[in-house]
Ligand binder design. Sequence first.
Ligand code: CA
Ligand code: CA
Ligand code: CA
Ligand code: CA
Length: 637
Amino acid sequence: MKENHLLKRMKIMKTKRIILTAVILLIAGFVLQSCRKAPAPGNGSPLDNLNVPDGFKFESTRIEGVTINMPSTVDFSKDKSRFNIYTADPANGGKLITAGSFDKNGQWTGNIRIPTALDSIFVQSIAGSRKVGLTVQSVKGSSVTINFGDGYGTTPPDTIPTETKSAYFSNLSAGEYKAMRVNNLVQNGDFETDDFGTIAGWPSHHPIDGKWYFTNYRNKKMEWYNDGGNHVIRTPLKNIGVYYGGASQMVAANPGDLITFSADIKSTGNAKTLYSWLYLIPRDANNRVLAYYWIQYKFPSHDWTTKTVAATMPAGTVKVQALFWSWDFDKSSSIYYDNAVVTGPVKDTDGDGVDDDMDDYPNDASRAFNVYYPNQTDWGTVAFEDLWPGKGDYDFNDLVLDYHFKSVLNSSNKLVEFFTDYSVRAVGASLKNGFGFMLGGDPANVASVTGTHYTENYIHTNANGTEQGQSNTVIILFDNAFRNIGNSGSAFINTKENVPYVKPDTSQLHVLYTNPVSVSTTGTAPYNPFLIVNGERGKEVHLAGQKPTDLVNNSYFDTDADATNPATGKYYQTKNNLPWALDLPVSFAYPVEQVDILSAYNHFAQWAESGGTNYPDWYMNKSGYRVNSNIYTPPTK
Ligand SMILES: [Ca+2]
Ligand SMILES: [Ca+2]
Ligand SMILES: [Ca+2]
Ligand SMILES: [Ca+2]
């Protein structure tokens, strides 16, 4: 998995540094509310007493707009590079959500579907990694911008410390990774060898010899220091007054090379007196400086933090100087450096603009990235009530379908194909229900669909496997759920604990496109899933707020319990806004037969009545969240 290659590329090989981990935090919405009284029996379901605000669609996920801006020092017209977005720092169990490449301006803009309860994501790129906080409460229309160029600059090292120098410092917290190409181009990057030269100042000539050279302005040099068994270099502690200077190593480079320079930085003493930079200074054959590329780290933390500067080498480059540069205004404070990594270009064998070590398909120019929903490893669930337009019993187990999407993007971030693993976990129904989903895009652009199961002769497909008569792309996975759950048997499978458990089968749908399609056209997985009631093709049950397909029988709308009103965008909700289906970004622990969801999940009502603000994580297995006796538990073997 190449996402791991990027991780590796971004991760320092040295193990001694402290990795501060980013932790996935889930909002628990600690709103004190009085205990709900048991609703009065007799008037249908207890859910009828819920006061659900108009417009609430019972969504446990949301779309987050994400913009990633890369430093302008890198030429993305030559190298599309890659980013990864995880649920959290992968070093701490974070799972890959998506990946992609940058446009020629070094930008990516797109949407990700994430659990509403997720309050941060973790983004990796060649210019470093960041934990990015999200606004959890904002269910709709929220977006976040990540500027990896923050803290970058292009001016020379300043040997006259003043307060006028660009003072921005990126307030990055924990969870940093440094960029690492296949090889580290500097030697003694961990400073474990006492082998340092001296140069008068940063512009002074020094050879490409694998050695660090300390500058010696005003007879003050950095120190080689044993920091509790780990060797580092640091700004001098014993001098009086101001220190400025650095440590430099020269490495070979060529025009157009994407070079990164990363290091771990920390401080002791009064951080407010300390300023740190990492510089890349390309030089020509005559040792002339061609450009300056830097990232500044002002007031470095007492905790090790990784900083990275990345830049594309200009015309004329024959070598590049990696320079640690520091100002230290206090005799009892110091900046420490460790684990320097300088990386160079990696081959792009298939020429799709994504280097081999970042390309999930290094020998296939038509494919570049694997992306996932809900994420690399977790499955999601869509759970239905099937008596629509009549009211159900709200056990949400009439069809319980788990799914996991793997989508393949090309190096321009377009969808080439996707694979949907799916598994019918429960059929708490007597009706023979089908299931499918609708996504945006011309169905004629689909090359093939495989992995569907039809036994009832009421689904009619085009030659490419999409459903006939649809203007959007509609894929029917199966037409009878009973034929998709192990050895099919009687009604009510895996919803009653006193009847034998049927081990669910897993199938894989594969949809291949003729021309790769924009993700903004298809929408985001799981797209628009729906149930087909008892072999009656026009009787579709969708998630709240989702439109039906072209084959729906409109005569059911606004009848019985359904209060669909297309004029207001209300679909598949009752008069008091109850849904017939739930979609969750986890494998859902659904209620046992005929036990409504309020009796299984203690905070569902607060979630619904708050319009999704309180307890967005109501479905999780947290203390006090579940009534386990009312949730179906499969046998352990
Ligand atoms: Ca070290
Ligand atoms: Ca490639
Ligand atoms: Ca490729
Ligand atoms: Ca039911």
